[in-house]
Design a protein around this ligand. Structure first.
Ligand SMILES: C[S@@+](CC[C@H](N)C(=O)[O-])C[C@H]1O[C@@H](n2cnc3c(N)ncnc32)[C@H](O)[C@@H]1O
Length: 267
């Protein structure tokens, strides 16, 4: 039998925060409890469970997959290996979307919802909006549906980008598509996340182009499209939007000052 302190000291090359979070999750306790009970003895079963999760973390698996959730916009979203782990830069998209339209009846489409972070957050923040969210991955949609158990104004369906959506019916489309090039070195650090959520052909632009092209027929007059893109894709995305007839194009940086989000209107 080991104490809390002895167990935490087995962590190597990972932060104390992560090992405390893992121990908290197997014990069902908060970090504060862990900090206040350093000398408590932990039973064999918990110890074994903790050490197996600690090993996964020390092997490089993201903490979100080990805990089974990631916080986004102050809500914990369930995630698993079928869903991308939502990123803080994507919260900027949510912020921009919320600034565009008031809380009056509005139809919003979240394309490629993953674990549902964008769509569910918009639905929670704007009770009068109706959100439609799709994904090509049935396994990701199952996770999104679990995350939305308490959210009434969102509906999910499986689909390939804009297919099977009524033309001219959407006020706002939000999309964080796959946009990483297949041979991009960043993928070495993302080995646990689904490639289908990350990688896009044609230098990472294939899916962005599809969404820009297909969204036009779904939007009402003056409808809005908000896209997340790679930080080196700003000019290309601007050009694609311009070439496909969008107007009032604005490009935004993420919290670390990297160009990451495009907003455009279709007339
Ligand atoms: C970068 S992830 C974004 C997930 C989530 N929206 C977020 O921001 O955390 C891209 C998502 O698009 C989905 N996707 C990829 N190709 C798609 C397609 N052709 N149609 C619909 N969804 C697609 C992936 O399964 C994945 O969930």
């Amino acid at each position: 039998m080991s104490t809390v302190h002895e167990l935490l000291s087995k962590a190597d090359n990972i932060s104390l925060l992560d090992s405390q979070l893992i121990l908290g999750s197997v014990l069902g306790c908060s970090r504060t409890w862990i900090i206040a009970h350093h000398n408590d003895v932990v039973c064999e079963k918990i110890q074994k469970n903790f050490l197996s999760k600690l090993k996964r973390r020390m092997g490089g698996e993201p903490i979100a997959y080990i805990l089974g959730y990631r916080e986004f916009w102050s809500q914990n979203f369930l995630v698993d290996r079928n869903t991308l782990i939502p990123r803080p830069e994507t919260e900027c998209m949510v912020e921009i979307a919320l600034e565009q339209l008031p809380n009056t009846p509005t139809t919003v489409l979240d394309l490629g919802t993953g674990c549902g972070a964008i769509g569910i957050t918009l639905a929670t923040e704007r009770g009068n909006w109706h959100i439609i969210a799709n994904d090509i991955s049935g396994s990701a949609l199952k996770v999104a549906q679990r995350n939305a158990f308490n959210t009434k104004n969102i509906a999910f369906f499986r689909g390939n980008w804009c297919e099977a959506i009524r033309p001219g019916s959407i006020n706002l489309i939000v999309c964080n598509p796959p946009y990483i090039e297949r041979n991009d070195n960043h993928l070495n650090h993302l080995e646990y996340e689904p490639l289908s959520a990350l990688v896009s052909p044609d230098r990472g632009l294939y899916d962005l182009r599809q969404v820009i092209k297909e969204s036009r027929s779904l939007l009402v007059k003056d409808g809005l499209l908000i896209l997340e893109h790679g930080y080196l894709q700003r000019d290309k995305v601007y050009q694609l939007l311009h070439n496909h007839g969008y107007i009032n194009i604005e490009m935004f940086d993420d919290l670390s000052g990297k160009p990451r989000i495009a907003l455009a209107r279709f007339r």
